[in-house]
Design a protein around this ligand. Structure first.
Ligand code: ADP
Ligand code: MG
Length: 614
Protein backbone atom coordinates (compact mmCIF):
# COMPACT_ATOMS: atom_id res chain seq x y z
CA UNK A 1 0.00 0.00 0.00
CA UNK A 2 1.40 3.41 -0.89
CA UNK A 3 2.09 5.93 1.87
CA UNK A 4 -0.86 8.23 2.35
CA UNK A 5 0.37 10.82 4.80
CA UNK A 6 2.02 13.87 3.38
CA UNK A 7 2.76 17.27 4.76
CA UNK A 8 0.54 20.14 3.66
CA UNK A 9 2.27 22.72 1.51
CA UNK A 10 3.10 25.88 3.49
CA UNK A 11 0.56 28.08 1.81
CA UNK A 12 -2.25 25.63 2.54
CA UNK A 13 -1.20 25.33 6.18
CA UNK A 14 -1.13 29.07 6.59
CA UNK A 15 -4.50 29.46 4.93
CA UNK A 16 -5.94 27.07 7.46
CA UNK A 17 -4.29 28.88 10.36
CA UNK A 18 -5.46 32.21 8.93
CA UNK A 19 -9.03 31.01 9.00
CA UNK A 20 -8.97 31.15 12.76
CA UNK A 21 -7.93 34.76 12.89
CA UNK A 22 -9.62 36.20 9.82
CA UNK A 23 -13.12 34.91 9.55
CA UNK A 24 -14.74 37.84 7.83
CA UNK A 25 -14.00 41.43 6.85
CA UNK A 26 -14.79 42.58 10.38
CA UNK A 27 -11.89 40.50 11.75
CA UNK A 28 -9.54 42.56 9.58
CA UNK A 29 -11.25 45.78 10.62
CA UNK A 30 -10.55 44.93 14.23
CA UNK A 31 -6.95 43.83 13.71
CA UNK A 32 -6.00 46.78 11.53
CA UNK A 33 -7.62 49.32 13.83
CA UNK A 34 -5.86 47.78 16.82
CA UNK A 35 -2.53 47.95 15.05
CA UNK A 36 -3.13 51.64 14.40
CA UNK A 37 -3.87 52.17 18.09
CA UNK A 38 -0.76 50.23 19.06
CA UNK A 39 1.26 52.48 16.74
CA UNK A 40 0.15 55.49 18.79
CA UNK A 41 -2.06 57.05 16.13
CA UNK A 42 -4.37 59.94 17.01
CA UNK A 43 -6.26 59.99 13.70
CA UNK A 44 -7.53 56.79 12.21
CA UNK A 45 -9.57 56.27 9.10
CA UNK A 46 -11.31 53.12 7.96
CA UNK A 47 -12.36 52.69 4.35
CA UNK A 48 -14.48 49.78 3.20
CA UNK A 49 -15.63 48.68 -0.21
CA UNK A 50 -18.32 46.11 -0.79
CA UNK A 51 -18.75 45.58 2.96
CA UNK A 52 -15.01 44.95 3.23
CA UNK A 53 -15.06 42.01 0.86
CA UNK A 54 -13.28 44.06 -1.77
CA UNK A 55 -11.32 46.41 0.48
CA UNK A 56 -10.57 47.02 4.13
CA UNK A 57 -8.17 49.90 4.47
CA UNK A 58 -6.94 51.58 7.63
CA UNK A 59 -4.84 54.76 7.52
CA UNK A 60 -3.21 56.13 10.62
CA UNK A 61 -0.79 58.86 11.66
CA UNK A 62 1.09 56.54 14.02
CA UNK A 63 4.74 55.53 14.29
CA UNK A 64 5.05 53.99 10.83
CA UNK A 65 7.55 51.25 10.02
CA UNK A 66 11.04 51.10 8.61
CA UNK A 67 11.32 49.36 5.23
CA UNK A 68 12.74 46.26 6.94
CA UNK A 69 9.90 46.12 9.44
CA UNK A 70 7.47 46.64 6.58
CA UNK A 71 8.89 43.61 4.80
CA UNK A 72 8.82 41.52 7.97
CA UNK A 73 5.45 42.39 9.38
CA UNK A 74 3.64 39.87 7.18
CA UNK A 75 5.72 36.97 8.42
CA UNK A 76 4.16 34.61 10.90
CA UNK A 77 5.02 35.47 14.49
CA UNK A 78 6.42 38.79 13.39
CA UNK A 79 5.73 41.20 16.20
CA UNK A 80 7.40 44.10 17.88
CA UNK A 81 5.35 43.56 20.98
CA UNK A 82 6.59 40.48 22.82
CA UNK A 83 9.80 38.57 22.99
CA UNK A 84 9.19 36.07 25.74
CA UNK A 85 6.23 34.14 26.94
CA UNK A 86 6.26 36.00 30.26
CA UNK A 87 5.57 39.21 28.38
CA UNK A 88 2.14 37.84 27.59
CA UNK A 89 1.13 38.26 31.22
CA UNK A 90 1.70 41.96 31.23
CA UNK A 91 0.72 42.93 27.78
CA UNK A 92 -1.67 45.86 27.55
CA UNK A 93 -1.49 46.46 23.84
CA UNK A 94 -4.09 44.96 21.58
CA UNK A 95 -2.73 42.36 19.28
CA UNK A 96 0.24 40.48 20.57
CA UNK A 97 0.77 37.32 18.69
CA UNK A 98 2.20 38.65 15.49
CA UNK A 99 -0.37 36.70 13.60
CA UNK A 100 -2.90 39.09 12.22
CA UNK A 101 -1.04 40.43 9.22
CA UNK A 102 0.42 37.03 8.33
CA UNK A 103 -3.08 35.61 8.38
CA UNK A 104 -4.45 38.37 6.18
CA UNK A 105 -1.58 37.90 3.73
CA UNK A 106 -2.47 34.21 3.45
CA UNK A 107 -6.05 34.83 2.41
CA UNK A 108 -6.06 38.22 0.71
CA UNK A 109 -3.91 40.64 -1.25
CA UNK A 110 -2.15 43.18 0.94
CA UNK A 111 -0.84 46.61 0.21
CA UNK A 112 1.20 48.56 2.71
CA UNK A 113 2.40 52.15 2.62
CA UNK A 114 4.31 53.38 5.61
CA UNK A 115 6.63 56.14 6.72
CA UNK A 116 8.30 56.84 10.03
CA UNK A 117 8.52 60.46 11.11
CA UNK A 118 12.32 60.51 10.80
CA UNK A 119 12.46 59.30 7.23
CA UNK A 120 12.21 61.50 4.17
CA UNK A 121 9.82 59.40 2.16
CA UNK A 122 7.47 56.49 2.48
CA UNK A 123 7.89 52.89 1.46
CA UNK A 124 5.26 50.76 -0.20
CA UNK A 125 4.92 47.10 -0.97
CA UNK A 126 2.44 44.61 -2.29
CA UNK A 127 1.94 41.07 -1.06
CA UNK A 128 0.17 38.22 -2.77
CA UNK A 129 0.04 34.60 -1.63
CA UNK A 130 2.12 35.70 1.36
CA UNK A 131 4.95 36.81 -0.97
CA UNK A 132 6.16 40.33 -1.56
CA UNK A 133 5.55 40.96 -5.25
CA UNK A 134 6.46 44.60 -5.53
CA UNK A 135 8.10 47.33 -3.51
CA UNK A 136 9.08 50.94 -4.06
CA UNK A 137 9.45 54.34 -2.44
CA UNK A 138 6.44 56.61 -2.29
CA UNK A 139 5.41 60.03 -1.09
CA UNK A 140 3.22 60.17 1.99
CA UNK A 141 2.79 61.71 5.41
CA UNK A 142 4.22 59.86 8.40
CA UNK A 143 2.02 56.94 9.40
CA UNK A 144 0.71 53.78 7.81
CA UNK A 145 -1.90 52.83 5.23
CA UNK A 146 -2.65 49.11 5.33
CA UNK A 147 -5.05 47.65 2.78
CA UNK A 148 -6.52 44.20 2.58
CA UNK A 149 -8.01 43.49 -0.84
CA UNK A 150 -10.27 40.77 -2.17
CA UNK A 151 -10.59 38.72 0.96
CA UNK A 152 -10.49 34.96 0.29
CA UNK A 153 -9.66 35.52 -3.39
CA UNK A 154 -7.59 32.34 -3.18
CA UNK A 155 -10.03 30.37 -1.01
CA UNK A 156 -13.27 30.48 -3.03
CA UNK A 157 -15.09 28.18 -0.62
CA UNK A 158 -14.62 30.67 2.18
CA UNK A 159 -15.46 33.64 0.04
CA UNK A 160 -18.65 31.91 -0.82
CA UNK A 161 -19.56 31.65 2.85
CA UNK A 162 -19.38 35.35 3.51
CA UNK A 163 -22.79 36.71 4.40
CA UNK A 164 -24.84 39.41 2.70
CA UNK A 165 -23.35 42.88 2.66
CA UNK A 166 -25.89 43.98 5.24
CA UNK A 167 -24.73 41.33 7.66
CA UNK A 168 -21.04 41.89 7.04
CA UNK A 169 -21.53 45.63 7.48
CA UNK A 170 -23.23 45.02 10.78
CA UNK A 171 -20.14 43.13 11.95
CA UNK A 172 -17.85 45.83 10.57
CA UNK A 173 -19.74 48.58 12.34
CA UNK A 174 -19.67 46.60 15.55
CA UNK A 175 -15.93 46.18 15.32
CA UNK A 176 -15.43 49.85 14.53
CA UNK A 177 -17.79 51.02 17.26
CA UNK A 178 -16.26 48.89 19.97
CA UNK A 179 -12.84 50.33 19.23
CA UNK A 180 -13.86 53.96 18.72
CA UNK A 181 -15.97 53.86 21.88
CA UNK A 182 -12.95 52.82 23.93
CA UNK A 183 -10.82 55.67 22.57
CA UNK A 184 -12.85 58.86 22.70
CA UNK A 185 -9.63 60.91 22.78
CA UNK A 186 -8.80 59.84 19.21
CA UNK A 187 -10.35 60.94 15.92
CA UNK A 188 -11.99 58.23 13.84
CA UNK A 189 -13.62 58.21 10.46
CA UNK A 190 -15.32 55.47 8.56
CA UNK A 191 -16.33 55.33 4.91
CA UNK A 192 -18.21 52.66 3.04
CA UNK A 193 -18.34 52.69 -0.76
CA UNK A 194 -17.24 56.35 -0.77
CA UNK A 195 -19.95 57.37 1.67
CA UNK A 196 -19.03 58.72 5.06
CA UNK A 197 -20.55 56.58 7.80
CA UNK A 198 -18.89 58.12 10.85
CA UNK A 199 -16.84 61.22 11.50
CA UNK A 200 -15.90 61.26 15.16
CA UNK A 201 -14.02 64.23 16.57
CA UNK A 202 -11.97 63.56 19.69
CA UNK A 203 -13.62 64.43 23.00
CA UNK A 204 -14.82 62.98 26.30
CA UNK A 205 -16.33 59.55 26.70
CA UNK A 206 -19.73 61.14 27.12
CA UNK A 207 -19.33 62.98 23.84
CA UNK A 208 -18.27 59.78 22.10
CA UNK A 209 -21.32 57.95 23.41
CA UNK A 210 -23.53 60.75 22.12
CA UNK A 211 -21.80 60.58 18.73
CA UNK A 212 -22.91 56.98 18.47
CA UNK A 213 -26.23 56.97 20.24
CA UNK A 214 -27.53 60.36 19.26
CA UNK A 215 -27.57 63.74 21.05
CA UNK A 216 -30.90 62.83 22.63
CA UNK A 217 -28.97 60.73 25.12
CA UNK A 218 -27.35 63.73 26.76
CA UNK A 219 -29.80 63.86 29.65
CA UNK A 220 -30.19 60.12 29.83
CA UNK A 221 -26.73 59.00 30.87
CA UNK A 222 -25.80 58.29 34.46
CA UNK A 223 -22.14 58.32 35.33
CA UNK A 224 -20.65 55.30 37.09
CA UNK A 225 -17.35 55.59 38.89
CA UNK A 226 -16.02 53.44 41.73
CA UNK A 227 -12.65 52.19 42.73
CA UNK A 228 -11.09 49.80 45.19
CA UNK A 229 -7.69 48.14 45.55
CA UNK A 230 -8.57 45.41 43.15
CA UNK A 231 -10.35 47.20 40.36
CA UNK A 232 -11.78 50.39 39.02
CA UNK A 233 -14.96 50.91 37.07
CA UNK A 234 -16.03 53.97 35.19
CA UNK A 235 -18.36 54.87 32.39
CA UNK A 236 -22.06 55.41 31.89
CA UNK A 237 -25.31 53.57 32.11
CA UNK A 238 -28.48 54.78 30.40
CA UNK A 239 -31.47 55.75 32.46
CA UNK A 240 -34.11 53.02 32.53
CA UNK A 241 -36.09 54.61 29.70
CA UNK A 242 -33.19 54.03 27.32
CA UNK A 243 -33.34 50.28 27.85
CA UNK A 244 -34.12 48.47 24.64
CA UNK A 245 -35.75 45.25 23.70
CA UNK A 246 -32.91 44.82 21.34
CA UNK A 247 -29.33 44.14 22.32
CA UNK A 248 -26.70 46.40 20.87
CA UNK A 249 -26.04 49.36 23.14
CA UNK A 250 -23.97 47.41 25.64
CA UNK A 251 -20.24 47.81 25.86
CA UNK A 252 -17.82 46.41 28.38
CA UNK A 253 -14.13 47.12 28.14
CA UNK A 254 -11.55 45.49 30.33
CA UNK A 255 -8.21 47.27 30.31
CA UNK A 256 -9.36 49.04 27.19
CA UNK A 257 -10.30 45.92 25.34
CA UNK A 258 -13.85 45.25 24.20
CA UNK A 259 -15.11 42.03 25.70
CA UNK A 260 -18.32 40.09 25.97
CA UNK A 261 -18.96 38.66 29.37
CA UNK A 262 -22.15 37.06 30.47
CA UNK A 263 -21.12 37.54 34.09
CA UNK A 264 -20.62 41.28 33.75
CA UNK A 265 -23.76 41.77 31.69
CA UNK A 266 -25.67 39.93 34.35
CA UNK A 267 -24.23 42.16 37.07
CA UNK A 268 -25.48 45.30 35.34
CA UNK A 269 -28.87 43.84 34.55
CA UNK A 270 -29.23 42.81 38.15
CA UNK A 271 -28.55 46.33 39.35
CA UNK A 272 -31.38 47.49 37.10
CA UNK A 273 -33.70 44.66 37.93
CA UNK A 274 -36.27 46.69 39.86
CA UNK A 275 -36.37 49.39 37.26
CA UNK A 276 -36.94 47.56 34.02
CA UNK A 277 -39.49 45.33 32.40
CA UNK A 278 -38.38 41.72 32.26
CA UNK A 279 -37.11 41.66 28.68
CA UNK A 280 -35.59 45.13 28.55
CA UNK A 281 -31.84 45.33 28.34
CA UNK A 282 -30.14 48.36 29.89
CA UNK A 283 -27.77 50.53 27.89
CA UNK A 284 -24.24 50.80 29.21
CA UNK A 285 -20.68 51.69 28.30
CA UNK A 286 -18.42 50.61 31.14
CA UNK A 287 -14.68 50.35 31.55
CA UNK A 288 -13.05 48.05 34.06
CA UNK A 289 -9.41 48.38 34.86
CA UNK A 290 -7.39 45.97 36.92
CA UNK A 291 -3.95 44.39 37.07
CA UNK A 292 -3.54 42.16 34.02
CA UNK A 293 -2.43 39.32 36.34
CA UNK A 294 -5.98 39.02 37.60
CA UNK A 295 -7.45 38.25 34.22
CA UNK A 296 -7.08 35.62 31.63
CA UNK A 297 -7.96 37.24 28.36
CA UNK A 298 -8.46 34.41 26.01
CA UNK A 299 -5.35 34.94 23.95
CA UNK A 300 -7.15 33.94 20.82
CA UNK A 301 -7.46 37.25 19.00
CA UNK A 302 -10.81 36.61 17.38
CA UNK A 303 -12.52 35.92 20.67
CA UNK A 304 -13.62 38.59 23.05
CA UNK A 305 -13.94 36.52 26.16
CA UNK A 306 -12.36 36.98 29.49
CA UNK A 307 -11.93 35.22 32.82
CA UNK A 308 -11.29 36.91 36.13
CA UNK A 309 -9.51 35.10 38.88
CA UNK A 310 -12.48 35.89 41.08
CA UNK A 311 -15.66 36.20 39.05
CA UNK A 312 -17.86 36.73 42.09
CA UNK A 313 -15.98 39.73 43.39
CA UNK A 314 -16.12 41.38 40.01
CA UNK A 315 -19.82 40.63 39.66
CA UNK A 316 -20.62 42.04 43.09
CA UNK A 317 -18.49 45.10 42.51
CA UNK A 318 -20.01 45.94 39.15
CA UNK A 319 -23.56 45.40 40.40
CA UNK A 320 -22.91 47.57 43.46
CA UNK A 321 -21.28 50.34 41.43
CA UNK A 322 -24.18 50.50 38.99
CA UNK A 323 -26.76 50.33 41.76
CA UNK A 324 -24.97 53.12 43.56
CA UNK A 325 -24.94 55.25 40.43
CA UNK A 326 -28.64 54.65 39.85
CA UNK A 327 -29.33 55.42 43.49
CA UNK A 328 -27.64 58.80 43.43
CA UNK A 329 -29.06 59.94 40.12
CA UNK A 330 -32.31 61.80 39.75
CA UNK A 331 -34.31 58.74 38.77
CA UNK A 332 -34.55 57.49 42.34
CA UNK A 333 -37.44 59.46 43.88
CA UNK A 334 -39.91 58.06 41.40
CA UNK A 335 -38.55 54.55 41.45
CA UNK A 336 -37.75 53.57 44.97
CA UNK A 337 -36.59 50.05 45.61
CA UNK A 338 -38.80 49.77 48.70
CA UNK A 339 -42.53 49.85 49.01
CA UNK A 340 -44.19 53.20 49.22
CA UNK A 341 -44.54 53.94 53.00
CA UNK A 342 -48.23 54.69 52.65
CA UNK A 343 -48.77 51.21 51.28
CA UNK A 344 -46.69 49.66 54.01
CA UNK A 345 -48.94 51.16 56.66
CA UNK A 346 -52.15 49.68 55.28
CA UNK A 347 -53.77 47.21 57.73
CA UNK A 348 -53.73 44.51 55.05
CA UNK A 349 -49.97 44.66 55.08
CA UNK A 350 -49.30 45.20 58.77
CA UNK A 351 -51.90 42.96 60.41
CA UNK A 352 -52.20 39.21 60.24
CA UNK A 353 -55.43 37.72 58.87
CA UNK A 354 -58.21 37.23 61.41
CA UNK A 355 -59.56 33.77 62.24
CA UNK A 356 -62.70 34.62 60.34
CA UNK A 357 -60.86 35.65 57.23
CA UNK A 358 -58.80 32.50 57.27
CA UNK A 359 -61.88 30.35 57.63
CA UNK A 360 -63.69 32.12 54.86
CA UNK A 361 -60.94 31.74 52.39
CA UNK A 362 -60.14 28.11 53.19
CA UNK A 363 -63.75 27.11 52.82
CA UNK A 364 -64.09 28.31 49.29
CA UNK A 365 -64.50 25.56 46.79
CA UNK A 366 -61.54 26.81 44.85
CA UNK A 367 -59.27 26.43 47.84
CA UNK A 368 -60.66 22.98 48.51
CA UNK A 369 -60.10 22.05 44.93
CA UNK A 370 -56.45 22.84 45.21
CA UNK A 371 -56.13 20.58 48.23
CA UNK A 372 -57.04 17.55 46.19
CA UNK A 373 -53.72 16.09 45.31
CA UNK A 374 -54.73 13.56 42.71
CA UNK A 375 -56.94 15.75 40.61
CA UNK A 376 -54.32 16.32 37.99
CA UNK A 377 -54.63 12.87 36.47
CA UNK A 378 -58.02 13.80 35.12
CA UNK A 379 -56.63 16.64 33.10
CA UNK A 380 -55.51 15.61 29.69
CA UNK A 381 -55.07 17.57 26.57
CA UNK A 382 -57.28 16.32 23.84
CA UNK A 383 -55.92 13.98 21.26
CA UNK A 384 -55.27 15.77 18.02
CA UNK A 385 -57.66 13.87 15.81
CA UNK A 386 -60.95 14.39 17.53
CA UNK A 387 -60.97 18.09 18.09
CA UNK A 388 -63.18 18.94 15.16
CA UNK A 389 -66.03 16.71 16.27
CA UNK A 390 -65.39 17.90 19.76
CA UNK A 391 -66.03 21.47 18.94
CA UNK A 392 -68.76 20.85 16.43
CA UNK A 393 -70.59 18.90 19.07
CA UNK A 394 -70.25 21.71 21.54
CA UNK A 395 -72.66 23.76 19.59
CA UNK A 396 -75.17 21.13 18.61
CA UNK A 397 -78.13 21.37 20.91
CA UNK A 398 -80.70 18.66 21.42
CA UNK A 399 -78.53 15.60 20.89
CA UNK A 400 -76.06 17.00 23.36
CA UNK A 401 -78.76 17.05 26.01
CA UNK A 402 -79.83 13.50 25.55
CA UNK A 403 -76.35 12.08 25.61
CA UNK A 404 -74.99 14.05 28.47
CA UNK A 405 -77.93 13.09 30.53
CA UNK A 406 -77.28 9.44 30.13
CA UNK A 407 -73.63 9.71 30.83
CA UNK A 408 -74.07 11.92 33.87
CA UNK A 409 -77.05 10.21 35.37
CA UNK A 410 -75.70 10.60 38.85
CA UNK A 411 -75.71 14.33 38.71
CA UNK A 412 -78.96 14.57 36.84
CA UNK A 413 -80.67 16.13 39.79
CA UNK A 414 -78.39 19.08 39.67
CA UNK A 415 -78.44 19.15 35.91
CA UNK A 416 -82.18 19.35 35.58
CA UNK A 417 -82.57 21.80 38.37
CA UNK A 418 -80.73 24.39 36.36
CA UNK A 419 -83.41 23.94 33.71
CA UNK A 420 -82.90 21.62 30.78
CA UNK A 421 -84.58 23.88 28.34
CA UNK A 422 -82.19 26.76 28.94
CA UNK A 423 -79.07 24.76 29.30
CA UNK A 424 -78.83 24.22 25.58
CA UNK A 425 -78.48 27.97 25.26
CA UNK A 426 -76.23 28.31 28.29
CA UNK A 427 -74.02 25.60 26.97
CA UNK A 428 -72.96 27.83 24.13
CA UNK A 429 -71.97 30.69 26.33
CA UNK A 430 -68.34 30.58 27.24
CA UNK A 431 -67.16 31.90 30.55
CA UNK A 432 -63.93 33.60 31.45
CA UNK A 433 -61.96 32.51 34.50
CA UNK A 434 -59.46 34.77 36.18
CA UNK A 435 -59.36 36.90 33.03
CA UNK A 436 -57.05 34.29 31.57
CA UNK A 437 -58.95 31.13 30.70
CA UNK A 438 -62.09 30.46 28.78
CA UNK A 439 -64.38 27.71 29.91
CA UNK A 440 -66.65 26.21 27.29
CA UNK A 441 -69.02 23.33 27.72
CA UNK A 442 -68.83 20.70 25.03
CA UNK A 443 -70.71 17.54 24.33
CA UNK A 444 -68.41 15.24 26.24
CA UNK A 445 -67.50 17.56 29.08
CA UNK A 446 -65.76 20.86 28.95
CA UNK A 447 -62.72 22.53 27.52
CA UNK A 448 -60.55 25.09 29.20
CA UNK A 449 -58.76 27.41 26.79
CA UNK A 450 -55.70 29.44 27.59
CA UNK A 451 -56.65 32.73 25.99
CA UNK A 452 -53.11 33.88 25.27
CA UNK A 453 -51.80 30.66 23.73
CA UNK A 454 -54.99 30.20 21.76
CA UNK A 455 -54.92 33.69 20.34
CA UNK A 456 -51.23 33.32 19.56
CA UNK A 457 -52.01 30.21 17.57
CA UNK A 458 -54.86 31.87 15.72
CA UNK A 459 -52.75 34.86 14.74
CA UNK A 460 -49.85 32.70 13.71
CA UNK A 461 -51.91 30.62 11.32
CA UNK A 462 -53.76 33.63 9.95
CA UNK A 463 -50.54 35.57 9.44
CA UNK A 464 -48.86 32.63 7.78
CA UNK A 465 -51.77 32.17 5.43
CA UNK A 466 -51.93 35.79 4.34
CA UNK A 467 -48.15 36.03 3.99
CA UNK A 468 -48.22 33.03 1.71
CA UNK A 469 -51.01 34.38 -0.44
CA UNK A 470 -49.58 37.90 -0.18
CA UNK A 471 -52.86 39.24 1.09
CA UNK A 472 -51.81 40.68 4.43
CA UNK A 473 -53.77 43.73 5.46
CA UNK A 474 -52.25 46.84 6.96
CA UNK A 475 -53.60 49.10 9.63
CA UNK A 476 -52.64 52.72 9.12
CA UNK A 477 -51.18 54.18 12.31
CA UNK A 478 -52.98 57.26 13.54
CA UNK A 479 -49.65 58.69 14.58
CA UNK A 480 -46.71 57.35 12.60
CA UNK A 481 -43.97 56.19 14.95
CA UNK A 482 -40.26 56.81 14.68
CA UNK A 483 -37.77 54.13 15.47
CA UNK A 484 -34.21 55.17 16.13
CA UNK A 485 -31.65 52.39 16.03
CA UNK A 486 -27.90 52.05 16.00
CA UNK A 487 -26.33 51.91 12.55
CA UNK A 488 -25.58 48.25 13.03
CA UNK A 489 -29.23 47.57 13.79
CA UNK A 490 -30.26 49.73 10.85
CA UNK A 491 -28.56 47.22 8.58
CA UNK A 492 -30.53 44.43 10.20
CA UNK A 493 -33.76 46.33 9.87
CA UNK A 494 -33.15 47.09 6.20
CA UNK A 495 -32.51 43.41 5.70
CA UNK A 496 -35.87 42.64 7.31
CA UNK A 497 -37.95 45.22 5.49
CA UNK A 498 -39.19 43.00 2.64
CA UNK A 499 -40.44 40.42 5.14
CA UNK A 500 -42.03 43.07 7.33
CA UNK A 501 -43.84 44.55 4.36
CA UNK A 502 -45.10 41.17 3.38
CA UNK A 503 -46.86 40.84 6.72
CA UNK A 504 -48.35 44.31 6.62
CA UNK A 505 -45.83 46.80 7.95
CA UNK A 506 -45.08 50.02 6.12
CA UNK A 507 -41.70 51.30 7.22
CA UNK A 508 -39.60 54.02 5.64
CA UNK A 509 -35.93 54.52 6.17
CA UNK A 510 -35.70 58.28 6.75
CA UNK A 511 -32.02 58.74 7.49
CA UNK A 512 -29.24 56.29 8.43
CA UNK A 513 -30.53 55.16 11.84
CA UNK A 514 -34.04 56.55 11.60
CA UNK A 515 -37.16 54.70 10.48
CA UNK A 516 -40.78 55.77 10.20
CA UNK A 517 -43.50 53.23 10.85
CA UNK A 518 -46.71 54.31 9.13
CA UNK A 519 -48.71 51.10 9.15
CA UNK A 520 -48.71 47.78 10.96
CA UNK A 521 -50.28 44.38 10.32
CA UNK A 522 -54.05 44.49 10.68
CA UNK A 523 -54.20 41.62 13.14
CA UNK A 524 -54.38 41.12 16.85
CA UNK A 525 -54.20 43.63 19.61
CA UNK A 526 -53.48 47.24 18.88
CA UNK A 527 -50.25 47.66 20.73
CA UNK A 528 -49.27 50.86 22.41
CA UNK A 529 -45.98 51.01 20.59
CA UNK A 530 -45.36 49.51 17.19
CA UNK A 531 -41.75 50.66 17.32
CA UNK A 532 -41.22 48.44 20.34
CA UNK A 533 -42.86 45.58 18.54
CA UNK A 534 -40.51 46.04 15.62
CA UNK A 535 -37.54 46.27 17.97
CA UNK A 536 -38.44 42.95 19.51
CA UNK A 537 -38.90 41.43 16.08
CA UNK A 538 -35.47 42.71 15.18
CA UNK A 539 -33.88 41.22 18.24
CA UNK A 540 -35.48 37.94 17.35
CA UNK A 541 -34.54 38.22 13.72
CA UNK A 542 -30.85 38.62 14.52
CA UNK A 543 -30.79 35.13 15.94
CA UNK A 544 -32.18 33.68 12.76
CA UNK A 545 -30.69 36.03 10.23
CA UNK A 546 -28.46 33.46 8.66
CA UNK A 547 -31.22 30.93 8.10
CA UNK A 548 -33.08 30.31 4.89
CA UNK A 549 -35.70 32.88 4.07
CA UNK A 550 -38.60 30.50 4.74
CA UNK A 551 -37.38 29.77 8.24
CA UNK A 552 -36.64 33.41 8.89
CA UNK A 553 -40.13 34.41 7.94
CA UNK A 554 -41.62 31.68 10.06
CA UNK A 555 -39.69 32.91 13.09
CA UNK A 556 -40.88 36.44 12.45
CA UNK A 557 -44.48 35.33 12.20
CA UNK A 558 -44.23 33.39 15.42
CA UNK A 559 -42.73 36.29 17.25
CA UNK A 560 -45.25 38.75 15.89
CA UNK A 561 -48.12 36.43 16.80
CA UNK A 562 -46.80 36.19 20.33
CA UNK A 563 -46.56 39.94 20.66
CA UNK A 564 -49.93 40.70 19.13
CA UNK A 565 -51.84 38.01 20.99
CA UNK A 566 -54.24 38.92 23.76
CA UNK A 567 -52.43 38.60 27.05
CA UNK A 568 -53.52 36.81 30.18
CA UNK A 569 -55.35 38.93 32.69
CA UNK A 570 -57.46 40.66 30.10
CA UNK A 571 -61.21 40.81 30.38
CA UNK A 572 -63.01 39.44 27.32
CA UNK A 573 -66.62 39.87 26.31
CA UNK A 574 -68.72 36.84 25.45
CA UNK A 575 -68.59 37.87 21.82
CA UNK A 576 -64.80 38.05 21.90
CA UNK A 577 -64.59 34.65 23.52
CA UNK A 578 -66.94 33.11 20.99
CA UNK A 579 -65.01 34.67 18.18
CA UNK A 580 -61.78 33.31 19.60
CA UNK A 581 -63.18 29.79 19.94
CA UNK A 582 -64.48 29.85 16.38
CA UNK A 583 -61.16 30.99 15.01
CA UNK A 584 -59.16 28.59 17.14
CA UNK A 585 -61.06 25.61 15.83
CA UNK A 586 -60.73 26.88 12.30
CA UNK A 587 -56.97 26.46 12.65
CA UNK A 588 -55.32 23.48 11.05
CA UNK A 589 -53.66 22.51 14.34
CA UNK A 590 -55.66 24.19 17.09
CA UNK A 591 -54.42 22.10 19.97
CA UNK A 592 -50.90 23.48 20.27
CA UNK A 593 -49.50 26.98 20.31
CA UNK A 594 -46.68 27.90 17.89
CA UNK A 595 -44.15 27.00 20.54
CA UNK A 596 -45.74 23.68 21.32
CA UNK A 597 -47.72 24.45 24.45
CA UNK A 598 -51.31 23.23 24.72
CA UNK A 599 -53.87 25.86 23.80
CA UNK A 600 -56.69 24.08 25.58
CA UNK A 601 -57.36 21.15 27.86
CA UNK A 602 -60.33 18.82 27.71
CA UNK A 603 -62.11 17.47 30.74
CA UNK A 604 -64.28 14.44 30.13
CA UNK A 605 -67.48 14.08 32.06
CA UNK A 606 -66.63 10.53 33.12
CA UNK A 607 -63.42 11.78 34.60
CA UNK A 608 -65.22 14.47 36.51
CA UNK A 609 -67.58 11.84 37.79
CA UNK A 610 -64.72 9.70 38.98
CA UNK A 611 -63.29 12.66 40.79
CA UNK A 612 -66.45 13.06 42.78
CA UNK A 613 -66.71 9.36 43.45
CA UNK A 614 -63.22 8.30 44.28
P1 ADP B 1 0.87 42.11 16.42
O1 ADP B 1 -0.01 43.32 16.36
O2 ADP B 1 0.27 41.03 17.24
O3 ADP B 1 2.27 42.42 16.77
P2 ADP B 1 0.36 42.08 13.63
O4 ADP B 1 0.44 41.00 12.62
O5 ADP B 1 -0.94 42.73 13.82
O6 ADP B 1 0.87 41.47 15.00
O7 ADP B 1 1.45 43.18 13.28
C1 ADP B 1 2.79 42.81 13.18
C2 ADP B 1 3.69 43.98 13.46
O8 ADP B 1 3.59 44.92 12.41
C3 ADP B 1 3.36 44.76 14.71
O9 ADP B 1 3.95 44.21 15.85
C4 ADP B 1 3.92 46.15 14.39
O10 ADP B 1 5.29 46.20 14.71
C5 ADP B 1 3.80 46.23 12.89
N1 ADP B 1 2.62 47.04 12.49
C6 ADP B 1 1.43 46.57 12.05
N2 ADP B 1 0.57 47.56 11.78
C7 ADP B 1 1.22 48.72 12.04
C8 ADP B 1 0.85 50.11 11.96
N3 ADP B 1 -0.37 50.50 11.56
N4 ADP B 1 1.78 51.02 12.32
C9 ADP B 1 3.02 50.62 12.73
N5 ADP B 1 3.40 49.34 12.84
C10 ADP B 1 2.54 48.39 12.51
MG1 MG C 1 -1.93 43.39 15.62
Amino acid sequence: MPDTIHQLPDHVASQIAAGEVIQRPASAVKELLENALDAGATEIQLILKDAGKELVQVSDNGSGMSPTDARNCFKRHATSKIQEISDLQHIRTMGFRGEALASMAAVAQMELKTRTSDSESGFQLEVEHSQIVEESACAMNPGTVMSMKNLFFNVPARRHFLKSNATEMRHNIEAFTSIAMAHPDLAFRMHHNAQEVYHLAPGSLKQRILQFMGPGYISKLISVSEENDYLRIQGFVGKPETARRSRGEQYFFVNGRFIRSHNLHHAVTQAFSHLLAAEAIPTYVLFLDLEPDHIDINVHPSKQEIKFDDERIVHAFVAAAVRHALGTSSITPALDFDLDPSIQQLPAVTQPLTEQQVQKSTQSSLYQGFLRKNQAHAIESSSGSSWKELYAAALSEAPLQAETQTSVSRVSGWWTSSGQADSSEDAKIPMQLHRSYILQQIKSGLILIDQHSAHEKILYEELARSAQTRTSGSRQLLFPETLEVSLADAEVLRDMLPELELIGYRIENQSPGMFHITACPAVGEELSSESQTVERLMEHFKTFQSELSETRRDHLLRNLAKQKAIKSNKLLTVKEMQNMIDRLFACSQPQVSPDGKPTYLTFQLEDLQKLFNP
